[in-house]
Design a protein around this ligand. Structure first.
Ligand code: CP
Ligand code: NVA
Length: 309
C-alpha cells in the first residue's frame, strides 16, 4: 500500500514527506477556520473515537477530545482503570471490539508493541498518542509550530537537550523523511535507541548528530527543545537521573549560547528548575504554549487524513 494510504498513524515516517506536508497544510487551514469562530465544519458528525490511556495526560486527552468534538464527533475517554488493555482483556480483543463501535481509536500505552498489536487487529484507524518508544502526534504539532514561527522546517537547526527518549525517536523519524538539522545532546548512557539513530542517518535526508556536549550543540540553533529527564514509567529513577543529567538543564546561559534567533520549545509537562529554568519557559522566545495549542490542530488534520474527509 502507498504510504499515503496507510490505515494508522503509529510513527511519523509511516507517511512520506508529501503526505506529512499536506497534513501540516490542512492543520493550518482548519486551525484558521476554528480560530475564526467558524463552527459549521463538522466532518466528524456521526463519528465516535475511543481514546485509551494507560498513562496520565492533559494535552493529549483534552486536545483529542476537544478537536474531535469541535469537528462534529464524539470522543470517549478510557482511563488506566477502565479497560486495562492487556490485563483485564487481551489487546487483540480490545482492538476488535472497539472497532465495532468506533470509527477511530487513539491510544497512549507503555510498550510500543501494544500499539502495534492494537493497529494490527483493529479494523479502524489507530493513532499513537505516545508509547515508551515514540510520540508522533507531538512532533507533528512541533513541526507545525516551527513552520509558523521560523517560517519552514526544512533547513532549520533543532537542538534537543536531555534524555534520548520517545520524543527524540520521533524527531529522528521525522528527520528521516524531511531534511533539517537535528542534534540530540544527552548524557552518556541516556542516548536514543541506536538502531533508530542509525536508520535515520542512513537515509541521508537530514544532518543528524548525537552528542554529550549541550554547550557546543546549541550554537546557532533555531530551536532549543527540552523534555523531562524521567518519563512516565521512570519516575522511580528521577533522583538518580537528576544527578546523571547535571549540566543538561536548559537555563539562561545555555539559551544565550544558542543565540538570539533561538526559540525554546518543550512538549510539556515541564519540571521547572529541573530540565529547564522558570526564566527560560517564561521568556519571550519561549513558544511552549502555541506549541501545546498546535497539538489539537495537528491531530485534527491527522484524523481528517485517516478518515478520508
Ligand atoms: N505533551 C503531552 O503529550 O502532554 P500530556 O502528557 O499532558 O498529554
Ligand atoms: N517523555 C515524556 C513525554 C511526555 C509528553 C514521557 O514519556 O513521559
Amino acid at each position: 500500500k502507498a504510504k499515503s494510504e496507510l490505515k494508522d498513524f503509529l510513527h511519523i515516517n509511516d507517511f512520506d514527506r508529501d503526505t506529512i506536508l499536506k497534513i501540516l497544510d490542512r492543520a493550518a487551514e482548519v486551525k484558521a477556520l476554528l480560530k475564526s469562530g467558524e463552527r459549521t465544519f463538522l466532518p466528524f458528525k456521526g463519528k465516535t473515537m475511543a481514546m485509551i490511556f494507560a498513562k496520565p495526560s492533559m494535552r493529549t486527552r483534552v486536545s483529542f477530545e476537544t478537536g474531535f468534538f469541535l469537528l462534529g464527533g464524539h470522543a470517549i475517554y478510557l482511563g488506566p482503570d477502565d479497560i486495562q488493555m492487556g490485563k483485564r482483556e487481551e489487546t487483540r480483543d480490545v482492538a476488535r471490539v472497539l472497532s465495532r463501535y468506533n470509527d477511530i481509536i487513539m491510544a497512549r500505552v507503555f510498550a510500543h508493541q501494544d500499539i502495534l498489536d492494537l493497529a494490527k487487529y483493529a479494523t479502524v484507524p489507530v493513532i499513537n498518542g505516545l508509547t515508551d518508544y515514540n510520540h508522533p502526534c507531538q512532533i507533528m504539532a512541533d513541526a507545525l509550530t516551527i513552520i509558523e514561527h521560523v517560517g519552514q522546517l526544512e533547513g532549520t537547526k533543532v537542538v534537543y537537550v536531555g534524555d534520548g527518549n520517545n520524543i527524540v525517536h520521533s524527531w529522528l523519524l521525522l528527520a528521516s523523511i524531511i531534511p533539517f538539522h537535528f542534534v540530540c545532546a544527552c548524557p552518556k548512557g541516556y542516548d536514543p535507541d541506536a538502531k533508530t539513530v542509525a536508520k535515520a542517518q542512513q537515509t541521508g535526508i537530514s544532518k543528524i548528530e548525537i552528542t554529550n556536549d549541550p554547550k557546543e550543540a546549541v550554537k546557532g540553533a533555531d530551536v532549543v527543545y527540552s523534555d523531562v529527564w524521567a518519563s512516565m514509567g521512570q519516575k522511580e529513577e528521577a533522583t538518580h537521573r537528576r544527578q546523571a543529567f547535571q549540566g543538561f538543564q536548559v537555563d539562561e546561559n545555555l539559551i544565550k549560547l544558542a543565540g538570539p534567533k533561538a526559540y525554546f520549545m518543550h512538549c510539556l509537562p515541564a519540571e521547572r528548575g529541573v530540565e529547564v529554568t522558570d526564566g527560560v519557559i517564561e521568556a519571550p522566545n519561549s513558544i511552549v504554549f502555541p506549541q501545546a495549542e498546535n497539538r489539537m490542530h495537528a491531530q485534527n488534520a491527522i484524523m481528517l487524513h485517516l478518515l478520508g474527509v
